[in-house]
Every structure is written in C-alpha cells, then in structure tokens.
Design a protein around this ligand. Structure first.
Ligand code: O7M
Length: 211
C-alpha cells in the first residue's frame, strides 16, 4: 500500500499539532521542513512524536560531509526517524547522511528530481538519473521524485529498483494522486490537506485513493 505522508508546512505550533492529530488515523508519516522548524524550533519533533508516527526531517541537507554529519546528528537527537538530503553535493557528503541515519536505526532519502517547473533546468539531461544511482550506491533508503512528472518517476524507478520513492507535488502542484500512487511508495501531500476546510477528511479521502 502506498504511504500517505503529510507535509506539515504550517508555521504555528498549535495548528501543526491540531492538524497532525486530526490526520493521524489516515497518514503513515509526517514530514517536517524548514517552515515549521524555523517557526517553532526543533522541539516540535517532540510534540509530534507523541502521535507515534514516523517523523521525516526535510532539511534537504547539502553541505560538506562534516557539516552534514553535525546536522543529521541533531536531527536524530531531536527525535526524527528519517532525514532527506541532496545528492548533488557528492557521494561522500550524501553517504555521511546515510551513515548517521543508519547509526540511529533511521532512514535517509536523496532528492533525485524536484517537482516544480524550474527543476527541469538542472535535473534533466541525466542529472536526476545520476542522483538516483548515487542514492543506490550510497545505501540510501530511497529517493524523492516528482509527482508532477509520472514519466520521470517511471524512469527513475528503473534505476532505484525496490528502494523507496517518495513523491511530492500531488494536488496543489498539479500531480494526480490516482496516477502517481501506483508508481511510488509514498505520496507527500501538504497544502491539499492542511489548507482544506477539513484536513482530516481530505487525508482520509487521499488515504482511500492510494489503496
Ligand atoms: O503539497 P504541497 O505542494 O503543499 O507540499 C509539497 C511538499 O513537498 C513541500 O514541503 C515541498 O517543500 C516538498 N517538496 C516538493 O514539493 N517538491 C520537491 O521536489 C521536493 C519536496 C520535498 O519534500 O523534498 C524532500
């Protein structure tokens, strides 16, 4: 069954907690990125951990190996279960994220191709394929690939095989959950859920589509 990952890009701690709590029965994980963490601090991870769902730190880590290590150690110390990193910084830097994640029994995902229109500028022309291959070679648990381009997801699947593909871009960015949920291991959904009049109802609707 395709996972449903809530991208909790809201700025207020109480609102984040309330949305996560109401959606919890229908989602498989919560992705937390800079908008929420920079607004509330890393302690939000502790709040959300009370729900018992895996927490994914979307910090798109992209630095030298030593700095990546320091960032990832802080991520797992805060209570996250997985981290997302960029691969374009090179195999050594990406591998550091994977090593730290695995040393905490966590997971690490590498961004292979992004979902927005401008992503084609640099990711196309072989780069995404190389990033997917780097993710495999680094022992990453999976990649991030765009729900807005199902054909690209199919091509990247050829490279990553059974490793997981998590896919953002459903709903607000135009990706069709009916199409992409069949191709990936998890769809990442933000605004369609947290901006809905009834976020839990929307999460429930999406949770039925992905089955
Ligand atoms: O559903 P949305 O568009 O409101 O939110 C999508 C989330 O996924 C949001 O947190 C983005 O930062 C993130 N995302 C993308 O939208 N596109 C990408 O290519 C990559 C990500 C992402 O999660 O990277 C790990």
């Amino acid at each position: 069954m395709t996972e449903l990952i809530l991208s909790l890009d809201v700025l207020d701690r109480q609102r984040a907690r309330a949305i996560a709590e109401s959606c919890a029965p229908f989602i498989d994980a919560i992705k937390v990125g800079y908008p929420l963490v920079l607004s509330t601090g890393l302690s939000i991870a502790g709040d959300l951990a009370e729900l018992g769902l895996p927490l994914i730190a979307d910090f798109k880590v992209a630095d030298i190996p030593n700095t990546n290590r320091l960032i990832c150690e802080a991520v797992f110390a805060a209570g996250f279960d997985a981290v997302i990193a960029h691969g374009f910084v090179g195999a050594d830097a990406a591998r550091t994220c994977v090593e730290v994640a695995h040393s905490h029994s966590g997971e690490a995902y590498i961004v292979a191709e992004m979902s927005h229109p401008g992503a084609t500028e640099f990711f196309h022309g072989g780069v995404a394929e190389r990033l997917a291959a780097l993710a495999v070679a680094s022992g990453a648990d999976g990649i991030i690939a765009p729900a807005t381009r199902p054909d690209r997801v199919r091509e990247l699947r050829e490279i990553v095989g059974k490793r997981k593909i998590y896919s953002p871009g459903v709903g607000a960015q135009g990706g069709d959950p009916d199409v992409v949920a069949r191709l990936v291991d998890g769809i990442i959904v933000g605004r369609s859920i947290y901006e809905a009049e009834d976020p839990a109802a929307e999460a429930e609707r999406l949770s039925r589509i992905r089955r």
